[in-house]
Design a protein around this ligand. Structure first.
Ligand SMILES: *Cc1c(COP(=O)(O)O)cnc(C)c1O
Length: 234
């Protein structure tokens, strides 16, 4: 197991580097988030020994135990799955960044909890549903501007950029238009001064992270290619 993760990781890093160089980007512009959902804390430790310092989890409850085990500040923790409002307080306590902000209501709640908990800053990404998939989380493009206006007035939430989980296609190239569209939205927001910082793009999973890097991803969320297939796919 041990060497598997180290081997996988070396391969993923080489692929990240190649994809970046191919389009004239610096490899260090792309942050690798190792998606550790379904894997136990010991597997995360192996990954840390292999050089991983940043994990993505999609469920607050599942992450809580692992974060307690490994240490809140021993690694960076990113919430990449849908956040239910009743888990918002835990999320504020546990995560360095939330990728799945998708409504004004959730933003209001997170802002209020940050004040309550004395958390000075919470970096957030807005998850956008560009495919209009009713089953998926993410805000519709039409509702984005209201959320952005709200974020502008926030004292604690830091609007860092956008995130997407595009529909899955057997032909991975078919996701490219969604990634391009997300970048265009990010560029427009950057131009309007909506964003705190240069503007992150969280896009790209095991099957399409190279395409995502070609299209400007600054964060790729890679699970299977690092850890192997999940026993219970999520
Ligand atoms: C599971 C998950 C990933 C990683 O998926 P892999 O195909 O295993 O790389 C990335 N992003 C989100 C939101 C996920 O839920």
């Amino acid at each position: 197991m041990d060497s598997d993760i180290a081997t996988n990781l070396a391969l993923v890093k080489a692929r990240i580097r190649n994809a970046a160089v191919r389009v004239g980007r610096r490899p260090d512009e792309v942050k690798l988030i190792a998606v550790s959902k379904t894997h136990p804390a010991n597997t995360l430790r192996e990954a840390m020994n292999a050089g991983i310092d940043c994990f993505g989890e999609n469920k607050v409850q599942e992450a809580e135990g692992k974060i307690a085990d490994i240490g809140r500040h021993t690694a960076e923790w990113h919430l990449i799955g849908h956040l239910q409002s009743n888990k918002a307080r835990k999320a504020v306590q546990l995560f360095d960044m939330i990728h799945s902000l998708d409504s004004v209501e959730l933003a209001q709640r997170l802002e209020r909890i940050c004040i309550d908990e004395g958390r000075a800053e919470l970096p957030v990404l807005v998850q956008v549903d560009l495919a209009g998939e009713v089953t998926k989380s993410g805000i519709d493009e039409a509702d984005l501007s209201e959320l952005i206006e709200f974020l502008k007035g926030c004292e604690r939430l830091r609007f860092k950029g956008l995130m997407i989980v595009p529909p899955f296609f057997d032909d991975h190239e078919a996701t490219r238009p969604y990634l391009v569209r997300l970048r265009e939205l990010r560029d427009r927001m950057a131009k309007n001064g909506d964003l705190d910082g240069k503007g992150e793009l969280s896009m790209g999973m095991s099957h399409d992270f190279e395409i995502a890097i070609e299209e400007g991803a600054t964060m790729v969320r890679v699970g299977t290619a690092v850890f192997g297939a999940r026993e219970y796919p999520q």
